[in-house]
Design a protein around this ligand. Structure first.
Ligand code: P53
Length: 477
């Protein structure tokens, strides 16, 4: 039997750029997501130099929630959602990012959306920056390489905190802020920080500098938000999955520990208010000479978060390589290997429900804060047969993860606020730009080529999740 707290936030999660469409509607500016093409399981998305003719940009239309939001929210209410996580598209509010005044039409859209949600008692949970900063801030300022970004971001945060202070209580600052450190690839550097490596640039150094400005901006936003409304709950947001050691060889164990440290140092900063010792040493040894001021350090201390939001999809297995560095930070194609004890999704993500319980315990032990699983789910190909979608594989995935959350709560004493499965309505994949990598309980008729009627249909998982919510997690069958 699973028991969840009475006010548990059962919900669903999306991000503005992955489902709204309307990329130029009512004065919206070009965001990072608007210059990213479509890829597939094999091919990475490309980042183009602005919006170019003849390219496929899947986020431009996405599932056009912008023009369907009333009907869609009605469907979300039918699903039984108590919470709905989305982001505010920064470029609807500040189209270029460096304007003095916000765009009223953009602000009005979110007023209407939040009113619609509240009409059905659905609690909005809002991410301020989810891979969609204004592209202009990249071309004009170099993205988060530039300290000026702190001002642009906090201005945006202040405007929306003030505007929606009576409608939104739960906030998160930066989505999966740690991806860039964990992956250090073109996609993560661009989507998190608007970084494209310049010839000869030490991109790892730039990543750390950009990340520093982001954690400062986040800490300032926490303080600004609390001053506007002391009841705000403002969280951080990380991509988290445990790194398991490939073997009991202490070198592998050390490798796993360091890999978690590289992945989660943001949590140390955002939850405890200071940089971890190993990372300060790393900056020193690398002679990075980062722009981290004493005033910044005070800001970090004063702006710790109220809760930890995180995404959980998969766990990882890591091993030390023969040429492993003394500090165990070597990155190459041999450091991560598949887990022979677990199945994988069609995109090669390891399916590991127990890993979720593990990470809930790990977070509790380190940070002792309320936790919120704000993303989880299975990206899969779905088949429509006679107007029905029998996605029993998705139900199984979600059920097993919910069972592990119940154990974490009832056996391990974890303080869990809620669960908002990712992409509960089909949307554009962030990693690949695909439509056919589907997470939804609501099917949207659109394929990778961009064809389809955009019609919404309930999958079997819709009825199942509705039962889960109605029974407050007791009925998982
Ligand atoms: P997609 C990995 C790779 C890409 C995005 O991912 C990711 C992750 C997980 O750490 O992040 C989140 O769409 C992200 C969402 C995204 C979701 O995972 O590549 O916050 O925007 O859609 C799923 O299958």
């Amino acid at each position: 039997m699973s028991t969840f707290p009475k006010d548990f936030l059962w919900g669903g999660a999306v991000a503005a750029h992955q489902f709204e469409g309307g990329w130029q509607a009512d004065g919206k500016g070009v965001s990072l997501a608007d210059v990213m093409t479509s890829g597939d399981n094999q091919t990475a998305r490309r980042i183009t130099d602005g919006v170019l003719p003849g390219e496929n940009y899947p986020n431009h239309e996405a599932i056009d929630f912008y023009h369907h939001f009333k009907d869609d929210v009605k469907l979300f209410a039918e699903l039984g959602l108590k919470a709905f996580r989305t982001s505010i598209a920064w470029t609807r509010i500040f189209p270029n990012g460096d304007e003095d005044e916000p765009n009223e039409a953009g602000l009005k859209f979110y007023d209407d959306l939040f009113d619609e949600l509240l009409k059905y008692d659905i609690e909005p949970v809002i991410t301020l920056s989810h891979f969609e900063m204004p592209y202009h801030l990249v071309t004009e300022y170099g993205g988060w390489r530039n300290r000026k970004m702190i001002d642009f971001f906090t201005k945006f945060a202040k405007v929306v905190f003030e505007r929606y202070q009576d409608k939104v209580k739960y906030w998160m600052t930066f989505n999966e802020i740690n991806n860039q450190s964990a992956m250090l690839n073109d996609w993560a550097l661009f989507t998190n920080s608007g970084l494209v490596a310049e010839p000869g640039e030490d991109i790892e150094r730039s990543m750390y500098q950009a990340s520093h400005y982001e954690v400062v901006a986040s800490a300032l936003a926490v303080q600004i938000g609390h001053a506007i409304n002391p009841n705000f709950e403002i969280g951080a947001m990380f991509a988290l999955g445990p790194a398991y050691a490939a073997s009991p060889d202490p070198r592998d164990v050390m490798k796993a520990q360091r890999s978690m440290q590289v992945n989660t140092w943001y949590a140390d900063v955002q939850c405890k208010g200071k940089y971890p010792a190993w990372l300060k040493k790393y900056f020193e040894r690398k002679h990075y000479d980062l722009d981290i001021t004493l005033a910044d350090e005070d800001i970090l201390k004063a702006g710790t978060v109220d809760y930890i939001g995180f995404s959980y999809y998969a766990s990882h297995v890591v091993q030390a390589v023969v040429t492993e560095a003394d500090d165990f930070t070597t990155r190459d194609e041999h450091t991560e290997i598949p887990n022979p004890t677990l199945p994988a999704s069609d995109w090669g993500w390891m399916i590991d429900p127990i890993g979720l319980r593990y990470i809930l315990n790990w977070l509790t032990e380190r940070y002792d804060l309320p936790l919120f699983v704000v993303e989880n789910g299975l990206g899969a190909f779905d088949k429509v047969e006679d107007g029905q979608i029998h996605d029993n594989y998705r139900i199984a995935y979600l059920r097993e993860h919910i069972e592990q959350m119940a154990k974490a709560i009832n056996i391990d004493g974890v303080n869990l606020m809620g669960y908002t499965p990712w992409g509960f309505i089909d949307l554009v994949s962030a990693g690949t730009g695909q439509m056919d990598k589907r997470y939804g309980m609501i099917y949207v008729d659109k394929n990778d080529a961009g064809e389809g009627t955009l019609k919404r249909m309930k999958k079997d998982s819709f009825t199942w999740f509705n039962q889960v919510i109605l029974s407050n997690g007791d009925n998982l069958n």
